[in-house]
Design a protein around this ligand. Structure first.
Ligand code: 5GP
Length: 189
């Protein structure tokens, strides 16, 4: 998606260790106009899918997911990264965090994800695919169907997308980073 590609090149910052910082328009300060354009693009790409729910993972997935849910007029469920003391009837899965180098549990209440749901997962980044695999695990446990996964930015050099696509999962990314070597942002054409 051209507008996102241009914005990444203009405002994205490359950190050591293959991390792209997009704090000025996605991850901390947010640009709602770009967010809306990205959601419109997801809606276009996923137009042929039969879905009844959008899911995401807190925190950075929530903004793009709610835009998509708003456009599709579908409920949005965000998977939590900490089990709330008040949450019963929950499903959980373990996820390794690339940016924080730790393992954490993700969880969702069975009341909001279950058999009969056909879900579209939306998140900000796809890197090694650990978060996405945790979501695939949760969706399978719930008995719901995963219709597709959409990411704002895929870091192709970390290959998370390869594993998901090899499983037959429909994966769409609005901008694909080929490399961040030497702190230069190389985007796929
Ligand atoms: P994965 O589990 O695919 O390795 O990483 C996905 C999660 O890690 C994303 O939800 C995102 O929060 C975080 N992440 C991975 N790579 C980057 C990056 O380059 N920049 C930022 N800001 N977050 C990242």
């Amino acid at each position: 998606m051209q507008a996102l590609r241009e914005r990444i090149l203009r405002d994205g910052k490359c950190l050591e260790g293959g991390i792209l910082k997009v704090d000025s328009f996605i991850n901390h300060q947010m640009d709602p106009v770009l967010m809306k354009s990205m959601a419109v693009e997801f809606v276009r790409r996923f137009a042929s899918l039969d879905i009844n729910k959008v899911i995401t993972i807190e925190a950075s997935g929530i903004a793009p997911a709610i835009m998509v849910g708003y456009l599709l007029e579908l409920p949005v469920v965000f998977v939590k990264k900490k089990k709330p003391s008040t949450m019963e009837n929950m499903l959980s899965a373990q996820v390794f965090s690339f940016t924080k180098n730790t393992t954490y549990d993700v969880c969702v209440c069975r009341d909001y994800l279950g058999p009969g749901d056909k879900v579209l997962f939306i998140d900000d980044f796809l890197a090694n695919g650990n978060a996405a695999r945790g979501i695939v695990n949760l969706v399978r446990q719930s008995g719901a169907e995963l219709a597709a996964m959409g990411f704002l930015i895929e870091k192709a050099f970390q290959h998370g997308g390869d594993g998901l696509r090899a499983q037959g999962i429909v994966v769409e990314s609005l901008a694909v980073i080929e490399s961040l070597d030497n702190c230069r942002i190389m985007l796929r054409e």
